[in-house]
Design a protein. Structure first.
Length: 205
């Protein structure tokens, strides 16, 4: 079953964007920004990456590449970050968008950011695996690891970004997102965030 964006979720996203816009005016330029969907929004950055005021979370649950492309200026660019980490795409897959559409939107997004005067280093994080076991199907829906791996393979070749492949570090022996690293087959547990943080720390400047 394909995912649909409910009016309640749309309202939440709009409210969250408005809050970020308000907060952005109070933040010093040159920070380290993470943006994307719920996997980023729920990421306790300072707990796992260090209690540094430069770490700024601008994730919004339920968003996809289309949302980020439309709102990147208000959500992120006004912060004038020097490092920008992006994790997006799983909701595109959940809504049934084809890989070429996702790649086109991401290419547009990267080009738009790179045209900005502050010119941050852009880190594109791989789309993370899901757990395809029956117990998680109500949450995982149409997402499959085969399509995620195929998307990541193409993201790896995208120009203008540093690609960070976190996918392998979260897998169990069956090639699924490990049970210890997830809360529902899609989102990460605190152990999952601790696991990816070990790799991400190497890129923080």
């Amino acid at each position: 079953m394909l995912e649909k964006i409910s009016p309640e979720l749309r309202s939440y996203q709009s409210q969250k964007l408005a809050l970020y816009e308000k907060e952005n005016h109070k933040v010093k330029p040159g920070g380290i920004v993470f943006t994307g969907d719920s996997i980023i929004e729920f990421f306790p950055l300072k707990k796992h990456l260090g209690r540094d005021d430069r770490l700024i979370n601008r994730g919004i649950a339920g968003t996809d590449t289309s949302w980020l492309l439309r709102h990147i200026d208000r959500q992120v660019c006004s912060l004038l970050p020097r490092q920008l980490f992006i994790l997006i795409g799983t909701n595109d897959l959940g809504q049934g968008f084809e890989r070429n559409v996702i790649l086109e939107r991401l290419s547009e997004l990267v080009a738009k950011i790179r045209r900005a005067s502050f010119a941050p280093t852009i880190y594109l994080i791989s789309v993370l695996p899901v757990n395809e076991e029956v117990a998680y199907q109500d949450r995982v829906k149409v997402r499959r690891n085969a399509q995620i791996k195929a998307l990541n393979q193409e993201l790896m070749d995208m120009t203008g970004v540093v690609f960070i492949d976190l996918y392998p570090s979260l897998l169990d022996e069956k090639g699924n997102l490990a049970v210890s690293y997830t809360t529902d087959g899609l989102h990460l547990s605190q152990a999952g965030y601790a696991q990816i943080a070990q790799q991400l720390k190497a890129y923080l400047d």
